[in-house]
Design a protein around this ligand. Structure first.
Ligand code: ZN
Length: 132
């Protein structure tokens, strides 16, 4: 168990039933912590700019949480999906977009695969990297 009985990632209490060796409250936290350790090779800005170009919206609109039009929201989902492929954790994506993790998880589910593929290619994410 972590020394203070809290999840080492999100700092929530692990609970009484947690195993003596537990350090994360959930599989999600454990995955996020692992993704964070892998240092993404491709920058947030590069992904946002490539997404903007391919989806035909402005990069600053993708970054701005206030922009909620369908086009921009779709593009933001694509940017998040590409970031995940590039090794960003859900927590890091949430932080960069000023959103919470559950929003990110939803976005990853609904992101357009075809667009995500094109953006991933544009920023040079190799198939090997994506498989990792
Ligand atoms: Zn946690």
């Amino acid at each position: 168990m972590s020394p203070d009985g809290l999840c080492v990632w999100c700092r929530k209490p692990l609970g009484e039933r947690a195993h003596w060796y537990a350090t994360y409250c959930s599989r999600l936290c454990s995955d996020d912590a692992a993704a964070e350790r892998r240092k993404p090779a491709i920058g947030f800005e590069a992904i946002v700019i490539a997404t903007a170009e391919i989806c035909g919206v402005a990069a600053e609109d993708i970054r701005s949480p206030a922009q909620r039009s369908r086009e921009v929201t779709d593009a933001r989902h694509v940017a998040m999906a590409v970031m995940r492929r590039c090794g960003y954790s859900n927590a890091a994506i949430a932080r960069l977009f000023g959103r919470d993790r559950s929003t990110v998880i939803h976005s990853l589910r609904v992101a357009d695969e075809g667009w995500a593929e094109r953006v991933a290619e544009a920023v040079g994410v190799s198939r090997q990297e994506r498989a990792a």
